[in-house]
Design a protein around this ligand. Sequence first.
Ligand SMILES: Cc1cc2nc3c(=O)[nH]c(=O)nc-3n(C[C@H](O)[C@H](O)[C@H](O)COP(=O)(O)O)c2cc1C
Length: 195
Amino acid sequence: MAKETWKAGNMLYPLPAVMVSVTDGEGNDNILTVAWAGTVCTNPPMVSISVRPSRYSYEMIKKTGEFVINLTTEKLAYATDYCGVRSGRDVDKFKEMKLTREKADFVKAPMILESPVSIECRVKQVLELGSHHMFLADVLAVHADPAYMDEKKKFHLNDAKMLVYSHGEYLGTGKKLGTFGYSVKKNKKGAGKKR
Ligand SMILES: Cc1cc2nc3c(=O)[nH]c(=O)nc-3n(C[C@H](O)[C@H](O)[C@H](O)COP(=O)(O)O)c2cc1C
């Protein structure tokens, strides 16, 4: 059966839902959940987040030009949702969700200790696209939780049970189906053969 055609809209799923931590540089920190986030360049390492100007966090990012992207896990699903439906204008999300601030190396915004990966970012460009303004940013540093590193320092991110946001629902990442390049890798069992 042919697919139904809908009017143009956002349907690129699944996505990570990340917790973005911000500060105004005057002692006020906040967290907002962002699903409109992406990797945009490998070298230099760059990311983007798109934020509605009405968000309390928006002015903080605009003012400092800095933010931290904190990856989320199944364990952080509740906090991820909460930080996306309550405003820092009304509540202290660090306190309400019992999240721990960790000092970053390059930016003033705090990292979230409970997140397995925190990415320090500095805004390079703001694109005023429409409902959302996109902050294009340089990655200044990546902080990874050693709890997921083996003795050879290999980082096993997926052991942290990463969280996925898809069409209004939060999910886990499910079972591993392959590794990068497995479709062309030759092995004894004939993996990589065209089927
Ligand atoms: C799963 C999820 C994804 C979201 N993604 C975005 C987003 O990409 N951009 C955005 O501006 N708001 C997004 N939001 C909404 C904000 O996180 C929400 O309005 C939040 O309360 C803003 O916090 P603040 O007012 O403290 O800045 C999302 C919310 C949820 C629950």
